[in-house]
Ligand binder design. Structure first.
Ligand code: MSP
Length: 666
């Protein structure tokens, strides 16, 4: 009888387009789901989007559209992205769907009936990006959020509170009694210590926030985004709905049958391993069996995130290298649970060494030899199963690692087998014996063993690189495994025609690739929302190897500047006295400005496309006062005019009230 395996990704915020960090969790869960299906389990894979809350409201406002329109635009990026990434989710839930609100109302009704809600007041340091309060102890110096590295704000509110503190002991018991409750072990200890230090009741409603689910029976209150969001894991199954077969099947009551697994990034572990089980305990509902936390993708030592401005666009990577190499890289490069760094160099190195060289070359070499020696077919399976023990051991190790969620080690186990197969091939030198009829048996034995070992490697790769693994298997005249049993020794047929194939993993010319300034692999994820879209698209893609400007200084130190560094730049308000076009330039204007000095100075500004000279006369601008003079189109410019620029556009910056010319801007 098959058991149920329910696996979820977090639901992603829609304040920006999906980036590599989001894709990672989805790919991990897809690999888990595919593997469990091969193991014969009944899998249900849920993903979706988290669409309520202040951040989304703000992002929508910035784009001048409604939060729902904004969410719709961001969510539209998911189906094509997931399709191109071969994601096999069973459902995609959006928290703005009516079916979700029903589930949220139902869980709140149960929590209220348990007497776990009360009206209270609360104050503390609040991070709007996390939508959570922090204690002073948890904050970085300057009351900065440890995840977003942005300042928190002091907030006081009167809200509905959930008696989280009541569940402290029950939570501790859960961590102690179930080894699998929170994984890896180090994270379980971390969460345990946090809870042991004492839990405060949790504010679960917000006033003055309209973009959310109205709190039942409490007009003017909106459900706290995390109570709203976490409930997706059961609302998507039909919890609270008249039809709840999926819920009964995958979140079964009073039974330890089946598994319910949430995969999350380490930044949101607290919400999943403390709040969520406490809500469920209060509501009298079963708990997840496991909350698994993974690490972060970093770029230049900082978490890849929209707020850090260092996102890596998965669409571009897929376009350049294909989805499967990206999936492979994500799972192979990151030691599951720890942080890993993303760079073009690392990606290309891994691709060339593991995929083009180890896998691609082994496959193509053994196939060329077999075609030549056996009339375009697989060799007969004669002689000894020389690589069988190695393959059996590799598969056992692969399966154990997959069960332990050690994906990088599962892949290492497959690569060990690949390397053993290669060594076997090289040591037996079949190419030297192919013309010798008396060595035919030996040649067949060598090639068949190598093909069979490679088939097993490709079979194990199916959850990781579904399309490429299938191509390898087709090239080897085999079919895609439908069960883990198909990874046992002996599947390669005798005398099966070997189709001609194009190279599976063409080598990437790293130097040429990195030198090509037009390769936009690492840069801003395309923001498909809002009116500024076209302007954004015009922005020249960054050079692949280029670091984010201003993000780092030599020595790896972060590029924040101190106040003294800022004051080195002297900004001053100036009045434009005269303005004229510069001959032969369609971009530059020559401005004569009064910057509070004895005599006016000349500043050249690149705003001719946006402004007529006469429009600027009498206007105030802000200039960099202490900039070294420079000659532009033959005119000496003493300073620079500040403008907000996006793509080719430039909008001059000025004080919102007139001030005396020469006033310092700081
Ligand atoms: N909406 C909440 C989750 C609610 S689940 C009930 C949220 N959304 S998120 O979009 O900010 O993040 C979603 C997931 O992406 C988290 O697991 C987060 O850890 C992961 N990642 C976002 N950036 C990441 C990296 N740079 N690296 C790896 N994963 C990270 O939190």
């Amino acid at each position: 009888m098959s058991s149920q395996y329910y696996v979820t990704t977090p639901i992603y915020y829609v304040n920006g387009p999906p980036h590599i960090g989001h894709i990672y969790t989805t790919v991990v869960v897809d690999v888990m789901a595919r593997y469990r299906r091969l193991a014969g389990e009944e899998v249900y894979f849920l993903t979706g989007t988290d669409e309520h809350g202040q951040n989304i409201e703000r992002a929508a406002r910035e784009h001048g559209i409604s939060p729902q329109e904004h969410a719709d635009q961001i969510v539209a990026a998911y189906p094509p992205l997931y399709e191109s990434l071969h994601v096999t989710h069973d459902d995609f839930i959006r928290t703005t769907e009516a079916r979700h609100a029903v589930g949220v109302e139902a869980i709140i009704a149960r929590i209220a009936a348990a007497g776990d809600l009360y009206v209270g007041s609360h104050d503390g340091w609040y991070c709007a990006s996390c939508e959570a309060y922090y204690t002073e102890k948890e904050l970085a110096p300057g009351n900065v959020c440890p995840t977003h590295e942005t300042p928190t704000e002091w907030r006081s509110e009167e809200n509905l509170f959930f008696r989280l503190s009541k569940y402290q002991d029950a939570l501790l018991r859960w961590y102690d009694e179930s080894e699998a409750a929170v994984r890896p072990e180090s994270r379980r200890n971390e969460v345990r210590s946090f809870v042991e230090a004492g839990l405060r009741d949790l504010s679960v409603s917000r006033q003055g926030l309209t973009w959310g689910i109205p709190f039942p029976d409490h007009p003017g209150h909106t459900v706290y985004v995390w109570l709203d969001a976490l409930t997706n894991y059961i609302s998507a199954l039909g919890f609270g709905h008249p039809s709840h077969e999926l819920y009964d099947r995958f979140w079964p009551d009073g039974s330890s049958e089946g598994r319910r697994i949430h995969v999350v990034g380490k930044d949101i572990l607290r919400f999943h391993a403390i709040y969520w089980p406490a809500f469920l305990m209060s509501a009298g509902l079963p708990l997840p069996t496991t909350v698994v936390a993974h690490g972060w993708w970093l770029r230049d030592q900082r978490k890849v995130s929209k707020s850090s401005g260092n996102v890596v666009d998965p669409g571009e990577l897929i376009e350049h290298f294909g989805a499967d190499p990206l999936r492979y890289f994500l799972l192979r490069e990151m030691v599951f649970g720890q942080d890993a760094s993303f760079s073009d160099e690392a990606f290309i190195d891994r691709y060339n060494s593991d995929l083009a060289n180890d896998l691609g070359n082994t496959v193509s070499r053994v196939l060329t030899l077999s075609r030549r020696a056996f009339d375009g077919c697989t060799p007969p399976s004669v002689g000894s199963p020389a690589l069988e023990a190695a393959a059996t051991q590799a598969v056992a190790s692969y399966r154990k690692c997959m069960d332990d969620l050690a994906f990088h080690r599962a892949l290492e186990a497959l690569w060990r087998l690949l390397s053993q197969a290669n060594q076997f091939l090289v040591a037996r030198e079949p190419w030297k014996k192919m013309k010798d009829p008396s060595a035919r048996g030996e040649v067949a034995e060598t090639l068949w063993n190598v093909i069979e070992a490679t088939r097993i490697v490709a079979g194990g790769l199916v959850p990781f690189m579904p399309e490429k693994a299938e191509s390898v298997l087709t090239a080897l005249a085999s079919s895609v495994p439908t069960s883990l049993d198909d990874l046992s020794w002996g599947g390669t047929a005798t005398g099966a025609p070997l189709p001609e194939t194009s190279p599976l993993f063409p080598r990437i010319d790293k130097a040429a690739y990195l030198a090509d300034a037009e390769q936009p692999v690492i840069g801003e994820a395309k923001d498909t929302t809002g009116p500024s879209d076209s302007a954004k698209k015009e922005t020249k893609p960054k050079k692949a190897k280029q670091k984010d400007s201003g993000e780092k200084k030599a020595g790896g130190e972060s590029s924040v500047i101190d106040i003294d560094q800022f004051f080195e730049t002297e900004l001053r308000v100036a009045n434009v006295l005269e303005a004229e076009a510069i001959p032969k330039s369609n971009k530059l204007l020559k401005l004569t400005v009064d910057a509070g000095e004895e005599s006016p100075r000349t500043v050249v500004a690149g705003v001719a496309k946006q402004y007529q000279p006469e429009e600027l006369v009498g206007k105030q601008v802000v200039i960099v006062f202490n900039l070294k003079p420079a000659k532009l189109m033959g005119v000496e410019s003493n300073g620079m005019v500040l403008a907000a620029s996006e793509g080719d556009g430039a909008v001059l910056v000025r004080p919102i009230e007139p001030v005396k010319p020469g006033t310092r801007v700081r």
